[in-house]
Design a protein around this ligand. Structure first.
Ligand SMILES: *[C@@H]1O[C@H](CO)[C@@H](O)[C@H](O)[C@H]1NC(C)=O
Ligand SMILES: *[C@@H]1O[C@H](CO)[C@@H](O)[C@H](O)[C@H]1NC(C)=O
Ligand SMILES: *[C@@H]1O[C@H](CO)[C@@H](O)[C@H](O)[C@H]1NC(C)=O
Ligand SMILES: *[C@@H]1O[C@H](CO)[C@@H](O)[C@H](O)[C@H]1NC(C)=O
Length: 445
């Protein structure tokens, strides 16, 4: 009887010791230098210790992936998929090849794993497409930086020459710095539409927007002054987007009209990057162009609009807002907003363009979106590609886009257009705010 008890006791002690050892061993493995030479290419995960002190972590927003035609853009922990690392990337669609992730923590301990590549379904037929490169493996949540490569782990020389990206969104938050952020995909060419831009920015501020993110390939010189002003003010985040240094980007969405390597200066890449960048910064993200105002009509501002939409459509996380064209060729007659101080400011004065085109028969108005970024996986321009929750198409009397631009129905006369003076309702605050911004930018003396 006593002997049986002693045996049981010894068994239990052995069990506990073994368990503790195995837990410690696992910990030691993750923290110890070791590199397995000649590991087969399909190794799922091996550990490597590298000297990171001399490596700079790239602050560039586009980096070529070694030994491939592809590019890495930004890396994020995705808390929704077991804390895997998602690297927003640009993949040459007809040259896919295995890619590998080398992710490291601050203690210079790295893991090398094979990546999963997910090319987004929307690429408009261009050779390069917005993609996710997913790196799954142990301890991804502790990783601070990551490099992608097309070379397998046994090609050691490569490992010492990799460019690393910092890993963002390492902490998931439930309260946010901003309620409304706008992601404006791309600024390129000599875009110098200062007046429309300053009017749009000031309009958005009155509507409740706290943050605007712009991807800058290039801009006109006057607009650049305005951008610098808003950056100083703190509302604008400018992400350098030198896509033209790596690819021949298309200036449009139709490859037959605007040939190139990548759709519209990489708009699909930057919109996705922006959603992840803002995931734990902003409650809502608005995805629209630089010349579009997502305008509530039934409510005074965006907070009131979203409060109502959320209450009535609890399961919706993607809100589609219809685009409506206000032709820049039709001017209102009184000239009351032809202000002398704006005479020398380049660009369109949206307050003069109050005529809205009617819906076209059998044509669905394209939409832009207000989204909850934490429910988004992948987005396109006019709709979401992957998300959780429902999509709600917001009726045009509740909210629609004021888009002053070249007409789509250019043959229509004023009498055939709707008069829509919503922007005028903000004039009392809007005009002084616009002038203040122009002054602070040095564009108005
Ligand atoms: C790292 O840089 C230091 C000086 O900055 C140098 O002495 C050292 O050799 C470098 N190490 C490697 C591995 O390049
Ligand atoms: C991939 O597309 C490019 C044109 O973008 C073409 O020149 C090349 O031959 C294609 N490669 C393959 C493997 O199909
Ligand atoms: C966001 O909205 C909440 C109310 O819903 C408000 O208390 C908070 O101050 C707002 N945050 C900002 C940055 O305006
Ligand atoms: C936008 O990018 C261009 C080209 O790199 C640069 O010259 C300009 O200063 C940038 N503007 C801002 C406001 O960062």
């Amino acid at each position: 009887m006593a002997k049986a008890k002693i045996n049981l006791f010894i068994f239990l002690i052995t069990f506990v010791v073994l368990t503790i050892t195995s837990i410690l061993w696992k910990h030691i493995l993750w923290n110890t230098l070791f590199y397995i030479p000649g590991t087969p290419h399909d190794a799922t995960s091996i550990n490597i210790r590298i000297e990171m002190c001399n490596k700079s972590i790239s602050m560039k927003s586009i980096i070529p992936i070694k030994s491939s035609s592809h590019f890495a853009v930004s890396a994020f922990i995705d808390h929704r998929i077991n804390k895997a690392i998602r690297v927003i990337s640009i993949i040459k669609r007809n040259s896919t090849q295995p890619l590998y992730c080398l992710y490291c923590n601050n203690d210079k301990v790295c893991k090398f794993t094979k990546a999963e590549i997910d090319i987004h379904s929307d690429h408009f037929g261009f050779p390069f497409g917005a993609s996710d490169v997913l790196c799954r493996g142990d301890n991804t949540q502790y990783a601070t930086h990551i490099a992608l490569t097309a070379n397998a782990a046994d090609e050691v020389s490569d490992i010492n020459n990799l460019d690393f990206l910092p890993i963002k969104n390492r902490v998931s938050k439930e309260s946010f710095k901003y309620n409304f952020t706008i992601c404006i995909s791309n600024l390129f060419g000599d875009y110098n539409n200062v007046l429309q831009f300053v009017q749009t920015m000031e309009m958005y501020k009155l509507l409740g927007v706290q943050r605007v993110v712009i991807y800058n390939t290039s801009s006109g010189s006057d607009l650049n002054k305005l951008l610098q002003h808003y950056e100083r003010e703190g509302i604008l985040e400018i992400v350098p987007w030198p896509i033209d240094q790596f690819l021949n980007p298309s200036a449009g969405w139709d490859i037959t009209i605007h040939p190139g390597d990548l759709h519209y200066y990489g708009q699909l890449v930057t919109l996705n990057e922006c959603i992840y960048r803002q995931m734990y910064q902003s409650k809502y993200v608005l995805l629209n162009d630089i010349d579009e105002i997502i305008m509530p009509y039934k409510y005074a501002n965006l907070p009131l609009l979203m409060e109502d939409l959320r209450q009535k459509h609890k399961s919706a996380n993607v809100f589609l807002i219809e685009n409506h064209i206000f032709p820049k060729t039709q001017f209102e007659d009184s000239g009351r907003f032809v202000l002398p101080e704006w005479k020398n400011i380049p660009g369109i004065n949206i307050m003069e363009h109050i005529y809205r085109e009617p819906d076209r028969k059998n044509i669905y108005n394209p939409t832009k979106m207000i989204v909850n970024p934490r429910n988004m996986m992948q987005t396109s321009v006019h709709s979401s590609l992957k998300h959780t929750g429902d999509v709600y198409r917001v009726p045009l009397d509740v909210c629609r886009i004021v888009h002053v631009r070249t007409p789509l129905q250019g043959s229509l006369t004023k009498e055939q257009l709707f008069v829509d003076t919503r922007v005028w309702e903000f004039q009392q605050e809007l005009i002084p705010n616009i002038n203040k911004a122009l002054q602070l930018s040095g564009l108005l003396i």
